[in-house]
Design a protein around this ligand. Structure first.
Ligand SMILES: NC(=O)c1ccc[n+]([C@@H]2O[C@H](COP(=O)([O-])OP(=O)(O)OC[C@H]3O[C@@H](n4cnc5c(N)ncnc54)[C@H](O)[C@@H]3O)[C@@H](O)[C@H]2O)c1
Ligand SMILES: [Zn+2]
Length: 360
């Protein structure tokens, strides 16, 4: 079966996202299909390379990779410098292509290196986590953290191709798989009841990494993200729906100092909070709210947040970058598969909604 091909429209060109099990075996072919030149510089991490380096190396003979650490703590200027140094020493030029093989941290960091090296060289994303396949590798946002805040230094640098081999996900620790799956649930809630129902029905198959099911949900997610960012690359109205679950989610991550929750886990809580707000406003019926809560419950336990003071979480929400002219914009579900953006949620409503996830 040929891979699913999704064409993403970006400001100055359109790039393909290929999704299918086993794509890495024919990596050279898909790179050629996307018009990628022969001078290639592969960057990955020791963890990813230990699992999949042989397969990538077999598909791209002669490509000697640079391995840099991943994980949120490595998404910084030091890692970036190592990548620049290696590119300079290896003689990478304007016609070279940098290939990021890894999760969202590798994709964002290597992507920013590609965006800035020689004022920008071509980038290919080969995402290896579920989160990276459905989210970070698509859309063109790249960047690193600054000691003063997450993702503060970055750029728009759309890749020339994304090659999402869904079998790479099989080696992910269960918690990482779930962290990515919460973002897939998000796509269902904001844009596709069918995708939501599919996750409900096929959850055991997803956890068993059944090839067809992973293929289906990754392709469906990429299609939704491509649709949204294609219409609105730089975060005007349309792209904002992707922030469903992220206002409270980011606040919970910040209040717990990015140590307790995986990003996706925070988004799971955030989706529940926004759903509670939606119910309060008569946008979402309690049956759909219960379906979402039940699915998130079935996916596994979330780290507890019952010790967090509601006032701190509320403050962090109001500091979020989605506050425009002093008003907190929130994406609320309108049924399952549609959303509305509101800018008039009151602190009282938020405190009430936070209580529904156990925040004091
Ligand atoms: N650019 C965007 O639009 C965008 C969107 C969402 C998230 N992000 C960013 O993505 C990052 C999170 O990405 P992530 O969740 O992929 O984290 P990550 O890159 O840190 O990967 C998580 C862990 O999984 C390991 N890993 C990766 N692939 C593996 C595999 N196939 N088998 C086994 N282990 C594997 C990694 O070594 C790491 O320990 C955050 O920094 C976030 O800001 C960016
Ligand atoms: Zn997210």
């Amino acid at each position: 079966m040929p891979p699913t091909r999704i064409d993403v429209e970006s400001a100055d060109r359109t790039y393909p996202v290929f999704v299918a099990p086993g794509l890495v075996r024919d990596l050279a072919r898909w790179l050629a299909e996307a018009g990628v030149g022969e001078r290639r510089f592969v960057v990955s991490s020791p963890t990813v390379w230990a699992h999949h380096g042989d397969a990538v190396a077999a598909a791209l003979p002669g490509a000697e990779p640079l391995l840099v650490p991943d994980g949120e703590r490595a998404k910084n200027h030091r890692t970036l410098s190592r990548i620049y140094e290696w590119l300079i020493e290896s003689g990478a030029d304007r016609g070279s292509t940098v290939i990021a093989v890894g999760g969202g941290v590798i994709g964002d960091t290597v992507g920013f290196a590609a965006a800035s090296y020689l004022r920008g060289v071509d980038l290919v994303q080969v995402p290896t986590t579920l989160l990276a396949q459905v989210d970070s590798a698509v859309g063109g946002k790249v960047g690193v953290n600054h000691p003063l805040g997450k993702n503060l230094i970055g750029a728009f640098h759309p890749p020339v191709a994304v090659i999402a081999d869904t079998t790479l996900i099989e080696t992910l620790p269960r918690r990482e798989l779930r962290a990515g799956l919460y973002e897939v649930v998000k796509y269902g809630v904001i844009a596709s009841r069918q995708l939501f129902d599919r996750i409900v029905t096929d959850l055991p198959k997803i956890f068993a990494c059944e090839a067809d099911v992973l293929w289906t949900i990754v392709a469906a997610s990429c299609r939704i993200k491509a649709d949204i960012v294609g219409a609105d690359e730089r975060e005007g109205d349309r792209r904002r729906v992707l922030n469903y679950g992220h206002t409270a989610g980011h606040a919970l991550e910040a209040v717990t100092r990015y140590r307790r929750l995986r990003h996706g886990e925070a988004v799971a809580y955030g989706m529940l909070v926004a759903a509670r707000l939606g119910v309060g406003r008569g946008l979402l019926d309690t049956q759909d709210q219960a379906a979402l809560a039940e699915l998130i419950g079935r996916m596994g336990p979330l780290p507890s947040v019952t010790d967090l003071p509601g006032g701190d979480v509320l403050d962090a929400m109001q500091r979020d970058k989605k506050v425009v002219a002093g008003r907190l914009h929130m994406v609320l579900p309108k049924g399952l598969g549609d959303t509305v953006i509101v800018d008039d949620v009151t602190p009282k409503e938020i405190r009430l909604a936070l209580r529904s996830i156990g925040v004091r």
